[in-house]
Design a protein around this ligand. Sequence first.
Ligand code: ADP
Ligand code: MG
Ligand code: ZN
Length: 601
Amino acid sequence: MKDSNKQKNKEKKNNKILIGILILAVLLILSTIGAILLTKNKDEEDKNTLAYTDLIKEISAGNIEKIEMTTGSTTVKVKVKNEEEEKTSIVPNTESFIELIQTKVAEGNEIELIQKPRSILVQIPTILLNLLPTIIMLALFIMLFKLQGIGEKGKVYDETERKTKVTFKDVAGLEEEKAEMVEIVDFLKKPEKYTRMGAKIPRGVLLYGKPGTGKTLIAKAIAGEANVPFISMSGSEFIEMFAGLGASRVRKLFEKARRLAPCIVFIDEIDAIGSRRTSNSGAESENNQTLNQLLVEMDGFSSEETIIVLAATNRPEMLDKALLRPGRFDRQITIPSPDLKGRLDILKIHSKEKKLSSEVNLKSIAEDTAGFTGAELANILNEAAIIATKNNHEEIENDDIEEAVKKVTVGLEKKERVISDKDKRLTAYHEAGHAVVSRYLPTQSNVKEVSIIPRGVAGGYTMYKSDEDKYYISKTEMKEKLIALLGGRAAEKLVLDDISTGASNDIEVATKIARDMVTKYGMSDKLGPIDFQGKEPYEMQMFGEDIGDRIGLEVKSLIDEAYTKAQQMLIEHRDKLDLIAETLLRQEKINEQEFEQFFRD
Ligand code: ADP
Ligand code: MG
Ligand code: ZN
Protein backbone atom coordinates (compact mmCIF):
# COMPACT_ATOMS: atom_id res chain seq x y z
CA MET A 1 0.00 0.00 0.00
CA LYS A 2 2.74 2.40 1.06
CA ASP A 3 4.65 1.45 -2.01
CA SER A 4 1.86 2.26 -4.34
CA ASN A 5 1.46 5.64 -2.63
CA LYS A 6 5.08 6.36 -3.23
CA GLN A 7 4.65 5.48 -6.86
CA LYS A 8 1.68 7.73 -7.08
CA ASN A 9 3.62 10.65 -5.65
CA LYS A 10 6.46 10.09 -8.00
CA GLU A 11 4.13 9.98 -10.92
CA LYS A 12 2.42 13.12 -9.66
CA LYS A 13 5.74 14.92 -9.48
CA ASN A 14 6.65 13.87 -12.98
CA ASN A 15 3.31 15.00 -14.27
CA LYS A 16 3.73 18.36 -12.59
CA ILE A 17 7.15 18.93 -14.07
CA LEU A 18 5.77 18.07 -17.46
CA ILE A 19 2.78 20.34 -17.10
CA GLY A 20 5.08 23.07 -15.78
CA ILE A 21 7.24 22.91 -18.87
CA LEU A 22 4.16 22.89 -21.04
CA ILE A 23 2.70 25.93 -19.35
CA LEU A 24 5.98 27.81 -19.48
CA ALA A 25 6.02 27.22 -23.22
CA VAL A 26 2.43 28.46 -23.50
CA LEU A 27 3.36 31.48 -21.36
CA LEU A 28 6.22 32.33 -23.63
CA ILE A 29 4.03 32.15 -26.69
CA LEU A 30 1.23 34.13 -25.08
CA SER A 31 3.51 36.87 -23.82
CA THR A 32 4.96 37.21 -27.31
CA ILE A 33 1.45 37.51 -28.70
CA GLY A 34 0.66 39.91 -25.88
CA ALA A 35 3.65 42.05 -26.69
CA ILE A 36 2.63 42.18 -30.33
CA LEU A 37 -0.92 43.12 -29.40
CA LEU A 38 0.28 45.77 -26.99
CA THR A 39 2.47 47.44 -29.59
CA LYS A 40 -0.48 47.35 -31.95
CA ASN A 41 -2.63 49.02 -29.32
CA LYS A 42 0.02 51.63 -28.86
CA ASP A 43 -0.07 52.43 -32.55
CA GLU A 44 -3.80 52.81 -32.39
CA GLU A 45 -3.46 54.97 -29.30
CA ASP A 46 -1.18 57.33 -31.21
CA LYS A 47 -3.84 57.81 -33.83
CA ASN A 48 -6.50 58.48 -31.25
CA THR A 49 -4.68 60.81 -28.94
CA LEU A 50 -4.91 64.52 -28.99
CA ALA A 51 -2.01 66.60 -27.74
CA TYR A 52 -3.01 68.95 -24.91
CA THR A 53 -2.21 72.07 -26.92
CA ASP A 54 -4.38 70.80 -29.79
CA LEU A 55 -7.14 70.01 -27.33
CA ILE A 56 -7.12 73.62 -26.07
CA LYS A 57 -7.15 74.90 -29.66
CA GLU A 58 -10.13 72.67 -30.52
CA ILE A 59 -12.00 73.76 -27.39
CA SER A 60 -11.44 77.43 -28.28
CA ALA A 61 -12.58 76.74 -31.85
CA GLY A 62 -15.76 75.22 -30.44
CA ASN A 63 -15.04 71.85 -32.01
CA ILE A 64 -15.39 69.75 -28.85
CA GLU A 65 -18.76 68.21 -28.03
CA LYS A 66 -18.09 66.21 -24.95
CA ILE A 67 -15.34 65.63 -22.42
CA GLU A 68 -15.35 62.71 -20.05
CA MET A 69 -13.13 62.73 -16.99
CA THR A 70 -12.44 60.27 -14.26
CA THR A 71 -11.69 61.55 -10.82
CA GLY A 72 -7.99 61.49 -10.11
CA SER A 73 -7.03 60.59 -13.67
CA THR A 74 -5.23 62.95 -16.02
CA THR A 75 -6.46 61.02 -19.04
CA VAL A 76 -9.64 62.40 -20.50
CA LYS A 77 -11.90 61.22 -23.31
CA VAL A 78 -12.78 63.80 -25.89
CA LYS A 79 -15.47 63.73 -28.55
CA VAL A 80 -14.60 66.02 -31.44
CA LYS A 81 -17.46 67.31 -33.61
CA ASN A 82 -18.00 65.35 -36.83
CA GLU A 83 -15.58 62.64 -35.75
CA GLU A 84 -16.91 59.29 -34.87
CA GLU A 85 -14.30 57.99 -32.54
CA GLU A 86 -13.51 59.50 -29.22
CA LYS A 87 -9.96 60.58 -28.58
CA THR A 88 -7.94 60.60 -25.44
CA SER A 89 -5.81 63.39 -24.18
CA ILE A 90 -3.66 63.91 -21.17
CA VAL A 91 -4.13 67.06 -19.19
CA PRO A 92 -1.32 68.38 -16.96
CA ASN A 93 -3.60 69.50 -14.16
CA THR A 94 -7.16 68.27 -13.88
CA GLU A 95 -8.45 71.01 -11.56
CA SER A 96 -7.32 73.91 -13.72
CA PHE A 97 -8.59 72.01 -16.77
CA ILE A 98 -12.06 71.69 -15.24
CA GLU A 99 -12.01 75.42 -14.44
CA LEU A 100 -11.04 76.15 -18.04
CA ILE A 101 -13.98 74.13 -19.38
CA GLN A 102 -16.36 75.76 -16.96
CA THR A 103 -15.33 79.25 -18.13
CA LYS A 104 -15.69 78.15 -21.76
CA VAL A 105 -19.19 76.81 -21.03
CA ALA A 106 -20.01 80.09 -19.29
CA GLU A 107 -18.86 81.90 -22.43
CA GLY A 108 -21.50 80.00 -24.39
CA ASN A 109 -19.30 77.15 -25.65
CA GLU A 110 -21.41 73.99 -25.83
CA ILE A 111 -19.32 71.33 -24.14
CA GLU A 112 -20.79 68.49 -22.19
CA LEU A 113 -18.55 67.72 -19.25
CA ILE A 114 -18.96 64.36 -17.60
CA GLN A 115 -17.16 63.62 -14.38
CA LYS A 116 -17.02 59.94 -13.40
CA PRO A 117 -16.04 58.55 -10.06
CA ARG A 118 -12.74 56.79 -10.04
CA SER A 119 -12.87 53.16 -11.06
CA ILE A 120 -10.04 50.87 -10.13
CA LEU A 121 -9.16 49.28 -13.43
CA VAL A 122 -8.52 52.54 -15.21
CA GLN A 123 -6.04 53.41 -12.57
CA ILE A 124 -3.74 50.41 -12.99
CA PRO A 125 -0.22 51.67 -13.62
CA THR A 126 1.07 50.85 -17.09
CA ILE A 127 3.74 48.52 -15.75
CA LEU A 128 1.08 46.36 -14.21
CA LEU A 129 -0.94 46.54 -17.40
CA ASN A 130 2.00 45.17 -19.33
CA LEU A 131 2.40 42.40 -16.81
CA LEU A 132 -1.27 41.52 -16.89
CA PRO A 133 -1.06 38.63 -19.36
CA THR A 134 1.70 37.08 -17.31
CA ILE A 135 -0.28 37.48 -14.12
CA ILE A 136 -3.33 35.86 -15.66
CA MET A 137 -1.23 32.99 -16.93
CA LEU A 138 0.34 32.49 -13.52
CA ALA A 139 -3.09 32.35 -12.00
CA LEU A 140 -4.16 29.76 -14.59
CA PHE A 141 -0.98 27.85 -13.93
CA ILE A 142 -1.75 27.62 -10.22
CA MET A 143 -5.35 26.69 -10.92
CA LEU A 144 -4.27 23.89 -13.22
CA PHE A 145 -2.09 22.45 -10.51
CA LYS A 146 -5.00 22.49 -8.13
CA LEU A 147 -7.32 20.93 -10.69
CA GLN A 148 -4.82 18.18 -11.31
CA GLY A 149 -4.71 17.45 -7.63
CA ILE A 150 -8.47 17.15 -7.55
CA GLY A 151 -8.41 14.85 -10.56
CA GLU A 152 -5.98 12.59 -8.85
CA LYS A 153 -8.03 12.44 -5.70
CA GLY A 154 -11.10 11.72 -7.78
CA LYS A 155 -9.07 9.06 -9.59
CA VAL A 156 -11.00 9.36 -12.79
CA TYR A 157 -8.98 11.30 -15.30
CA ASP A 158 -6.35 8.67 -15.83
CA GLU A 159 -8.35 5.60 -16.57
CA THR A 160 -11.06 6.98 -18.77
CA GLU A 161 -8.51 8.68 -20.95
CA ARG A 162 -6.80 5.46 -21.81
CA LYS A 163 -9.86 3.44 -22.54
CA THR A 164 -10.35 2.50 -26.14
CA LYS A 165 -13.59 2.30 -28.05
CA VAL A 166 -12.31 -0.36 -30.43
CA THR A 167 -14.10 -3.69 -30.05
CA PHE A 168 -14.17 -7.03 -31.84
CA LYS A 169 -16.76 -5.58 -34.21
CA ASP A 170 -14.01 -3.39 -35.68
CA VAL A 171 -11.81 -6.38 -36.37
CA ALA A 172 -12.86 -8.14 -39.55
CA GLY A 173 -12.08 -11.78 -40.18
CA LEU A 174 -9.73 -13.38 -37.64
CA GLU A 175 -12.70 -15.27 -36.20
CA GLU A 176 -10.64 -18.06 -34.63
CA GLU A 177 -8.17 -15.60 -33.19
CA LYS A 178 -10.95 -13.53 -31.67
CA ALA A 179 -12.48 -16.67 -30.20
CA GLU A 180 -9.18 -17.40 -28.49
CA MET A 181 -9.18 -13.92 -27.02
CA VAL A 182 -12.67 -14.16 -25.56
CA GLU A 183 -11.28 -16.03 -22.57
CA ILE A 184 -8.82 -13.20 -21.89
CA VAL A 185 -11.58 -10.63 -22.11
CA ASP A 186 -13.67 -12.63 -19.66
CA PHE A 187 -10.73 -12.92 -17.27
CA LEU A 188 -10.18 -9.17 -17.33
CA LYS A 189 -13.84 -8.61 -16.61
CA LYS A 190 -14.25 -11.16 -13.84
CA PRO A 191 -10.85 -12.14 -12.51
CA GLU A 192 -12.28 -13.54 -9.24
CA LYS A 193 -14.17 -16.16 -11.18
CA TYR A 194 -10.91 -17.56 -12.48
CA THR A 195 -8.71 -17.16 -9.43
CA ARG A 196 -11.33 -18.85 -7.27
CA MET A 197 -11.13 -21.89 -9.50
CA GLY A 198 -7.37 -21.76 -9.46
CA ALA A 199 -7.44 -21.46 -13.21
CA LYS A 200 -4.26 -20.34 -14.86
CA ILE A 201 -4.73 -17.53 -17.30
CA PRO A 202 -1.94 -16.61 -19.67
CA ARG A 203 0.11 -13.65 -18.48
CA GLY A 204 1.48 -12.87 -21.84
CA VAL A 205 0.23 -13.45 -25.34
CA LEU A 206 2.50 -13.02 -28.30
CA LEU A 207 0.94 -11.99 -31.60
CA TYR A 208 2.91 -13.00 -34.67
CA GLY A 209 2.13 -11.50 -38.04
CA LYS A 210 3.18 -9.30 -40.92
CA PRO A 211 2.90 -5.54 -40.42
CA GLY A 212 -0.64 -4.34 -41.02
CA THR A 213 -2.40 -7.60 -40.27
CA GLY A 214 -4.25 -6.05 -37.34
CA LYS A 215 -2.16 -7.01 -34.30
CA THR A 216 -2.45 -3.60 -32.66
CA LEU A 217 -6.10 -3.46 -33.62
CA ILE A 218 -6.96 -6.78 -31.99
CA ALA A 219 -4.99 -5.89 -28.84
CA LYS A 220 -6.98 -2.67 -28.56
CA ALA A 221 -10.19 -4.55 -29.19
CA ILE A 222 -9.49 -6.87 -26.25
CA ALA A 223 -9.11 -3.85 -23.98
CA GLY A 224 -12.22 -2.32 -25.50
CA GLU A 225 -14.27 -5.48 -25.06
CA ALA A 226 -13.20 -5.83 -21.44
CA ASN A 227 -13.55 -2.08 -20.92
CA VAL A 228 -10.14 -1.82 -19.30
CA PRO A 229 -7.29 0.66 -19.93
CA PHE A 230 -4.90 0.01 -22.80
CA ILE A 231 -1.32 0.94 -21.99
CA SER A 232 1.11 0.64 -24.82
CA MET A 233 4.71 1.03 -25.73
CA SER A 234 6.75 0.24 -28.79
CA GLY A 235 10.03 -1.63 -28.71
CA SER A 236 11.48 0.67 -31.32
CA GLU A 237 11.26 3.56 -28.85
CA PHE A 238 14.23 2.04 -27.09
CA ILE A 239 16.54 1.81 -30.01
CA GLU A 240 17.94 5.30 -29.72
CA MET A 241 17.53 5.66 -25.99
CA PHE A 242 20.30 6.50 -23.54
CA ALA A 243 21.84 3.71 -21.58
CA GLY A 244 19.72 2.51 -18.71
CA LEU A 245 16.63 4.38 -19.83
CA GLY A 246 15.07 1.38 -21.49
CA ALA A 247 14.90 -0.60 -18.28
CA SER A 248 13.48 2.30 -16.30
CA ARG A 249 10.90 2.93 -18.98
CA VAL A 250 9.77 -0.68 -18.71
CA ARG A 251 9.59 -0.37 -14.93
CA LYS A 252 7.45 2.75 -15.19
CA LEU A 253 5.19 1.10 -17.70
CA PHE A 254 4.46 -1.71 -15.30
CA GLU A 255 4.10 0.64 -12.33
CA LYS A 256 1.39 2.36 -14.29
CA ALA A 257 -0.17 -0.97 -15.21
CA ARG A 258 -0.33 -2.05 -11.56
CA ARG A 259 -2.00 1.19 -10.71
CA LEU A 260 -4.59 0.84 -13.45
CA ALA A 261 -5.17 -2.91 -13.21
CA PRO A 262 -7.21 -4.62 -14.53
CA CYS A 263 -5.65 -3.53 -17.79
CA ILE A 264 -3.87 -4.51 -20.97
CA VAL A 265 -0.22 -3.75 -21.53
CA PHE A 266 0.71 -3.80 -25.21
CA ILE A 267 4.32 -3.98 -26.33
CA ASP A 268 4.61 -3.43 -30.05
CA GLU A 269 7.71 -4.53 -31.99
CA ILE A 270 8.91 -6.54 -29.05
CA ASP A 271 11.76 -7.95 -31.16
CA ALA A 272 13.48 -4.56 -30.73
CA ILE A 273 13.96 -5.27 -27.03
CA GLY A 274 13.54 -8.99 -26.93
CA SER A 275 15.95 -10.11 -29.58
CA ARG A 276 18.33 -12.90 -28.76
CA ARG A 277 20.93 -12.14 -26.16
CA THR A 278 23.91 -13.20 -28.16
CA SER A 279 26.78 -10.93 -27.23
CA ASN A 280 27.50 -8.47 -24.47
CA SER A 281 28.70 -5.52 -26.46
CA GLY A 282 27.34 -1.99 -26.58
CA ALA A 283 23.77 -1.70 -27.80
CA GLU A 284 23.34 -5.42 -27.22
CA SER A 285 23.87 -5.17 -23.50
CA GLU A 286 21.56 -2.18 -23.33
CA ASN A 287 18.92 -4.31 -24.99
CA ASN A 288 19.63 -6.99 -22.46
CA GLN A 289 18.97 -4.65 -19.54
CA THR A 290 15.65 -3.69 -21.04
CA LEU A 291 14.77 -7.28 -21.76
CA ASN A 292 15.83 -8.39 -18.30
CA GLN A 293 13.63 -5.73 -16.75
CA LEU A 294 10.71 -6.95 -18.82
CA LEU A 295 11.29 -10.51 -17.64
CA VAL A 296 11.55 -9.36 -14.03
CA GLU A 297 8.27 -7.47 -14.30
CA MET A 298 6.44 -10.38 -15.86
CA ASP A 299 7.78 -12.84 -13.34
CA GLY A 300 6.81 -10.50 -10.52
CA PHE A 301 3.10 -10.51 -11.18
CA SER A 302 1.16 -11.75 -8.24
CA SER A 303 -1.91 -13.83 -8.84
CA GLU A 304 -4.25 -11.00 -7.81
CA GLU A 305 -2.90 -8.65 -10.41
CA THR A 306 -5.16 -8.65 -13.39
CA ILE A 307 -2.74 -7.53 -16.03
CA ILE A 308 -2.42 -9.16 -19.41
CA VAL A 309 0.63 -8.37 -21.47
CA LEU A 310 0.18 -8.56 -25.21
CA ALA A 311 3.15 -8.22 -27.49
CA ALA A 312 3.46 -8.08 -31.25
CA THR A 313 6.22 -8.96 -33.65
CA ASN A 314 6.69 -9.83 -37.28
CA ARG A 315 10.02 -11.49 -36.63
CA PRO A 316 9.34 -14.32 -34.20
CA GLU A 317 12.58 -16.06 -35.09
CA MET A 318 14.47 -13.11 -33.59
CA LEU A 319 12.97 -13.43 -30.14
CA ASP A 320 14.93 -14.49 -27.12
CA LYS A 321 13.68 -17.89 -26.03
CA ALA A 322 13.51 -16.65 -22.42
CA LEU A 323 10.47 -14.60 -23.39
CA LEU A 324 8.56 -17.71 -24.34
CA ARG A 325 8.95 -19.59 -21.05
CA PRO A 326 5.93 -20.45 -18.92
CA GLY A 327 4.53 -17.47 -17.03
CA ARG A 328 5.82 -15.12 -19.68
CA PHE A 329 4.61 -15.13 -23.28
CA ASP A 330 3.50 -18.71 -23.09
CA ARG A 331 0.70 -18.32 -25.57
CA GLN A 332 1.43 -17.48 -29.14
CA ILE A 333 -1.13 -16.59 -31.73
CA THR A 334 -0.38 -16.14 -35.39
CA ILE A 335 -2.29 -13.34 -37.07
CA PRO A 336 -2.45 -14.32 -40.74
CA SER A 337 -3.06 -12.16 -43.77
CA PRO A 338 -6.80 -12.19 -44.42
CA ASP A 339 -8.36 -14.80 -46.69
CA LEU A 340 -10.98 -13.96 -49.30
CA LYS A 341 -13.84 -13.65 -46.82
CA GLY A 342 -11.65 -11.71 -44.41
CA ARG A 343 -10.64 -9.29 -47.13
CA LEU A 344 -14.23 -8.75 -48.12
CA ASP A 345 -15.18 -8.08 -44.48
CA ILE A 346 -12.28 -5.66 -44.06
CA LEU A 347 -13.28 -3.83 -47.24
CA LYS A 348 -16.85 -3.65 -45.96
CA ILE A 349 -15.79 -2.17 -42.62
CA HIS A 350 -13.55 0.41 -44.18
CA SER A 351 -15.99 1.45 -46.91
CA LYS A 352 -18.72 2.22 -44.41
CA GLU A 353 -18.05 5.94 -44.19
CA LYS A 354 -17.05 6.23 -47.85
CA LYS A 355 -19.21 7.18 -50.79
CA LEU A 356 -18.99 4.17 -53.09
CA SER A 357 -20.70 4.03 -56.45
CA SER A 358 -23.22 1.19 -56.70
CA GLU A 359 -21.21 -0.29 -59.56
CA VAL A 360 -18.29 -0.99 -57.23
CA ASN A 361 -18.08 -4.67 -56.43
CA LEU A 362 -16.19 -5.23 -53.19
CA LYS A 363 -16.22 -8.97 -53.78
CA SER A 364 -14.20 -8.63 -56.96
CA ILE A 365 -11.74 -6.27 -55.24
CA ALA A 366 -11.34 -8.86 -52.53
CA GLU A 367 -10.67 -11.48 -55.21
CA ASP A 368 -8.00 -9.30 -56.80
CA THR A 369 -6.11 -8.64 -53.58
CA ALA A 370 -4.94 -12.03 -52.34
CA GLY A 371 -2.05 -11.57 -49.93
CA PHE A 372 -2.97 -7.99 -49.03
CA THR A 373 -3.04 -7.10 -45.35
CA GLY A 374 -5.87 -5.30 -43.58
CA ALA A 375 -3.82 -2.11 -43.47
CA GLU A 376 -3.21 -2.29 -47.22
CA LEU A 377 -6.91 -2.82 -47.89
CA ALA A 378 -7.86 0.11 -45.67
CA ASN A 379 -5.24 2.14 -47.48
CA ILE A 380 -6.64 1.20 -50.89
CA LEU A 381 -10.05 2.58 -49.97
CA ASN A 382 -8.49 5.78 -48.65
CA GLU A 383 -6.43 6.23 -51.78
CA ALA A 384 -9.48 5.50 -53.92
CA ALA A 385 -11.35 8.31 -52.17
CA ILE A 386 -8.48 10.71 -52.85
CA ILE A 387 -8.20 9.63 -56.49
CA ALA A 388 -11.99 9.96 -56.94
CA THR A 389 -11.81 13.50 -55.59
CA LYS A 390 -8.97 14.34 -57.97
CA ASN A 391 -10.96 12.91 -60.87
CA ASN A 392 -13.98 15.04 -59.90
CA HIS A 393 -16.12 11.95 -59.46
CA GLU A 394 -19.31 12.21 -57.43
CA GLU A 395 -18.66 8.81 -55.91
CA ILE A 396 -15.77 6.38 -55.74
CA GLU A 397 -15.83 4.39 -58.98
CA ASN A 398 -14.25 1.15 -60.11
CA ASP A 399 -11.37 2.79 -61.95
CA ASP A 400 -10.56 4.92 -58.89
CA ILE A 401 -10.20 1.72 -56.92
CA GLU A 402 -8.15 0.01 -59.61
CA GLU A 403 -5.77 2.96 -59.66
CA ALA A 404 -5.60 2.84 -55.87
CA VAL A 405 -4.74 -0.87 -55.91
CA LYS A 406 -1.84 -0.15 -58.23
CA LYS A 407 -0.74 2.82 -56.20
CA VAL A 408 -0.67 0.81 -53.01
CA THR A 409 1.10 -2.17 -54.58
CA VAL A 410 3.75 -0.52 -56.67
CA GLY A 411 3.77 3.08 -55.58
CA LEU A 412 2.57 6.06 -57.49
CA GLU A 413 2.76 6.03 -61.27
CA LYS A 414 5.29 8.62 -62.35
CA LYS A 415 4.58 9.32 -65.99
CA GLU A 416 6.71 12.42 -66.07
CA ARG A 417 9.94 10.84 -64.86
CA VAL A 418 12.54 11.06 -67.60
CA ILE A 419 14.23 7.79 -68.35
CA SER A 420 17.04 7.28 -70.79
CA ASP A 421 16.35 5.07 -73.82
CA LYS A 422 18.94 2.63 -72.61
CA ASP A 423 17.21 2.27 -69.24
CA LYS A 424 13.86 1.88 -70.95
CA ARG A 425 15.16 -0.91 -73.15
CA LEU A 426 16.63 -2.67 -70.16
CA THR A 427 13.41 -2.38 -68.21
CA ALA A 428 11.35 -3.51 -71.19
CA TYR A 429 13.40 -6.67 -71.61
CA HIS A 430 13.48 -7.30 -67.87
CA GLU A 431 9.71 -7.14 -67.52
CA ALA A 432 9.12 -9.00 -70.77
CA GLY A 433 11.42 -11.69 -69.40
CA HIS A 434 9.26 -12.13 -66.28
CA ALA A 435 6.08 -12.12 -68.33
CA VAL A 436 7.15 -14.61 -71.01
CA VAL A 437 8.66 -17.07 -68.56
CA SER A 438 5.57 -16.99 -66.32
CA ARG A 439 3.33 -17.47 -69.36
CA TYR A 440 4.94 -20.85 -70.06
CA LEU A 441 5.07 -22.04 -66.45
CA PRO A 442 1.95 -24.09 -65.67
CA THR A 443 1.74 -23.16 -61.97
CA GLN A 444 2.28 -19.43 -62.38
CA SER A 445 -0.61 -16.97 -62.45
CA ASN A 446 -1.71 -15.20 -65.61
CA VAL A 447 -0.16 -11.87 -66.42
CA LYS A 448 -2.56 -9.00 -65.80
CA GLU A 449 -0.43 -6.06 -66.84
CA VAL A 450 3.15 -5.39 -67.87
CA SER A 451 4.49 -1.88 -67.74
CA ILE A 452 7.69 0.09 -67.99
CA ILE A 453 6.18 3.17 -66.38
CA PRO A 454 8.12 3.62 -63.16
CA ARG A 455 6.20 3.32 -59.94
CA GLY A 456 7.82 4.16 -56.66
CA VAL A 457 11.29 2.67 -56.70
CA ALA A 458 10.48 0.07 -59.34
CA GLY A 459 11.48 0.91 -62.91
CA GLY A 460 8.65 -1.21 -64.27
CA TYR A 461 6.42 -4.00 -63.15
CA THR A 462 4.64 -7.16 -64.14
CA MET A 463 1.35 -7.70 -62.39
CA TYR A 464 -0.20 -11.11 -62.11
CA LYS A 465 -3.81 -12.04 -61.68
CA SER A 466 -4.20 -13.24 -58.17
CA ASP A 467 -5.15 -16.79 -57.44
CA GLU A 468 -7.71 -18.01 -55.07
CA ASP A 469 -6.23 -18.19 -51.59
CA LYS A 470 -3.82 -20.97 -51.20
CA TYR A 471 -2.93 -22.68 -48.00
CA TYR A 472 -0.35 -24.99 -49.44
CA ILE A 473 2.24 -24.40 -52.10
CA SER A 474 3.86 -27.35 -53.77
CA LYS A 475 7.54 -27.78 -54.42
CA THR A 476 6.95 -27.58 -58.18
CA GLU A 477 5.15 -24.32 -57.71
CA MET A 478 7.95 -22.86 -55.63
CA LYS A 479 10.54 -23.93 -58.17
CA GLU A 480 8.53 -22.32 -60.94
CA LYS A 481 8.15 -19.18 -58.87
CA LEU A 482 11.94 -19.01 -58.71
CA ILE A 483 12.13 -19.30 -62.50
CA ALA A 484 9.57 -16.51 -62.96
CA LEU A 485 11.44 -14.28 -60.52
CA LEU A 486 14.75 -14.82 -62.28
CA GLY A 487 13.19 -14.36 -65.74
CA GLY A 488 13.92 -10.63 -65.53
CA ARG A 489 17.62 -11.02 -64.90
CA ALA A 490 17.88 -13.85 -67.46
CA ALA A 491 16.40 -11.62 -70.18
CA GLU A 492 18.83 -8.79 -69.42
CA LYS A 493 21.74 -11.17 -69.72
CA LEU A 494 20.45 -12.84 -72.86
CA VAL A 495 19.59 -9.75 -74.87
CA LEU A 496 21.89 -7.03 -73.59
CA ASP A 497 24.67 -9.34 -72.42
CA ASP A 498 24.85 -7.25 -69.31
CA ILE A 499 23.01 -7.28 -66.04
CA SER A 500 21.68 -4.46 -63.88
CA THR A 501 20.80 -3.62 -60.34
CA GLY A 502 17.14 -3.56 -61.36
CA ALA A 503 16.78 -7.22 -60.42
CA SER A 504 17.87 -6.82 -56.81
CA ASN A 505 14.40 -7.21 -55.37
CA ASP A 506 13.70 -10.30 -57.49
CA ILE A 507 16.94 -11.81 -56.29
CA GLU A 508 16.18 -11.03 -52.68
CA VAL A 509 12.77 -12.68 -52.90
CA ALA A 510 14.12 -15.67 -54.83
CA THR A 511 16.88 -16.24 -52.31
CA LYS A 512 14.42 -16.17 -49.45
CA ILE A 513 12.14 -18.67 -51.15
CA ALA A 514 15.03 -20.99 -51.94
CA ARG A 515 16.30 -20.78 -48.37
CA ASP A 516 12.86 -21.50 -46.95
CA MET A 517 12.50 -24.48 -49.29
CA VAL A 518 15.68 -25.98 -47.89
CA THR A 519 15.59 -24.94 -44.24
CA LYS A 520 11.88 -24.65 -43.45
CA TYR A 521 9.88 -26.84 -45.78
CA GLY A 522 12.33 -29.71 -46.01
CA MET A 523 12.23 -29.70 -49.80
CA SER A 524 15.88 -30.53 -50.37
CA ASP A 525 16.37 -34.18 -51.28
CA LYS A 526 19.90 -34.15 -49.92
CA LEU A 527 19.10 -32.64 -46.52
CA GLY A 528 15.66 -34.09 -46.04
CA PRO A 529 12.61 -32.85 -44.17
CA ILE A 530 14.35 -31.09 -41.29
CA ASP A 531 13.60 -27.65 -39.89
CA PHE A 532 16.87 -25.77 -39.74
CA GLN A 533 15.41 -22.36 -39.00
CA GLY A 534 15.86 -20.51 -35.74
CA LYS A 535 18.27 -23.08 -34.37
CA GLU A 536 21.07 -22.18 -32.02
CA PRO A 537 24.56 -22.98 -33.33
CA TYR A 538 24.95 -25.94 -30.97
CA GLU A 539 21.68 -27.39 -32.18
CA MET A 540 22.91 -27.14 -35.74
CA GLN A 541 26.05 -29.07 -34.82
CA MET A 542 23.87 -32.18 -34.54
CA PHE A 543 23.65 -32.23 -38.30
CA GLY A 544 27.37 -32.18 -38.79
CA GLU A 545 30.13 -29.59 -38.70
CA ASP A 546 29.63 -28.55 -42.31
CA ILE A 547 25.83 -28.25 -42.16
CA GLY A 548 26.02 -24.53 -42.98
CA ASP A 549 27.96 -25.24 -46.16
CA ARG A 550 25.61 -27.99 -47.20
CA ILE A 551 22.57 -25.75 -46.74
CA GLY A 552 24.28 -23.03 -48.72
CA LEU A 553 25.04 -25.41 -51.56
CA GLU A 554 21.45 -26.63 -51.70
CA VAL A 555 20.11 -23.09 -51.81
CA LYS A 556 22.57 -22.21 -54.53
CA SER A 557 21.71 -25.23 -56.62
CA LEU A 558 17.99 -24.34 -56.50
CA ILE A 559 18.75 -20.81 -57.67
CA ASP A 560 21.19 -21.95 -60.36
CA GLU A 561 18.74 -24.48 -61.69
CA ALA A 562 15.97 -21.87 -61.88
CA TYR A 563 18.19 -19.31 -63.57
CA THR A 564 19.35 -21.81 -66.19
CA LYS A 565 15.77 -22.87 -66.82
CA ALA A 566 14.69 -19.23 -67.25
CA GLN A 567 17.46 -18.66 -69.80
CA GLN A 568 16.53 -21.79 -71.74
CA MET A 569 12.90 -20.73 -71.88
CA LEU A 570 13.78 -17.28 -73.11
CA ILE A 571 16.08 -18.64 -75.82
CA GLU A 572 13.28 -20.91 -76.94
CA HIS A 573 10.71 -18.10 -76.98
CA ARG A 574 12.99 -15.31 -78.08
CA ASP A 575 10.43 -14.15 -80.67
CA LYS A 576 7.82 -13.49 -77.96
CA LEU A 577 10.40 -11.82 -75.75
CA ASP A 578 11.39 -9.38 -78.51
CA LEU A 579 7.78 -8.78 -79.52
CA ILE A 580 6.68 -7.92 -76.00
CA ALA A 581 9.74 -5.79 -75.21
CA GLU A 582 9.30 -3.82 -78.45
CA THR A 583 5.61 -3.31 -77.73
CA LEU A 584 6.45 -2.09 -74.26
CA LEU A 585 8.97 0.39 -75.64
CA ARG A 586 6.30 1.67 -78.01
CA GLN A 587 3.27 1.83 -75.75
CA GLU A 588 4.74 1.50 -72.22
CA LYS A 589 1.94 -0.76 -71.04
CA ILE A 590 0.39 -4.05 -72.10
CA ASN A 591 -2.85 -5.27 -70.62
CA GLU A 592 -4.08 -8.79 -70.13
CA GLN A 593 -5.95 -9.12 -73.44
CA GLU A 594 -3.12 -7.62 -75.49
CA PHE A 595 -0.66 -9.89 -73.75
CA GLU A 596 -2.68 -13.02 -74.54
CA GLN A 597 -2.89 -11.93 -78.19
CA PHE A 598 0.85 -12.47 -78.57
CA PHE A 599 0.50 -16.12 -77.74
CA ARG A 600 -2.37 -16.91 -80.06
CA ASP A 601 -1.32 -18.50 -83.31
P1 ADP B 1 -0.27 -4.32 -37.10
O1 ADP B 1 -0.28 -3.88 -35.68
O2 ADP B 1 -0.43 -5.80 -37.26
O3 ADP B 1 0.89 -3.80 -37.89
P2 ADP B 1 -2.56 -2.65 -37.21
O4 ADP B 1 -3.41 -3.27 -36.18
O5 ADP B 1 -1.80 -1.45 -36.81
O6 ADP B 1 -1.55 -3.70 -37.81
O7 ADP B 1 -3.45 -2.38 -38.49
C1 ADP B 1 -3.40 -1.17 -39.19
C2 ADP B 1 -4.75 -0.78 -39.69
O8 ADP B 1 -5.19 -1.69 -40.71
C3 ADP B 1 -5.84 -0.83 -38.64
O9 ADP B 1 -5.89 0.34 -37.91
C4 ADP B 1 -7.08 -1.04 -39.48
O10 ADP B 1 -7.52 0.15 -40.03
C5 ADP B 1 -6.58 -1.92 -40.61
N1 ADP B 1 -6.80 -3.34 -40.33
C6 ADP B 1 -5.86 -4.29 -40.21
N2 ADP B 1 -6.41 -5.49 -39.97
C7 ADP B 1 -7.73 -5.30 -39.92
C8 ADP B 1 -8.87 -6.16 -39.69
N3 ADP B 1 -8.71 -7.48 -39.47
N4 ADP B 1 -10.09 -5.60 -39.68
C9 ADP B 1 -10.26 -4.29 -39.91
N5 ADP B 1 -9.25 -3.43 -40.13
C10 ADP B 1 -8.00 -3.92 -40.15
MG1 MG C 1 0.96 -2.37 -35.04
ZN1 ZN D 1 11.97 -7.93 -61.83
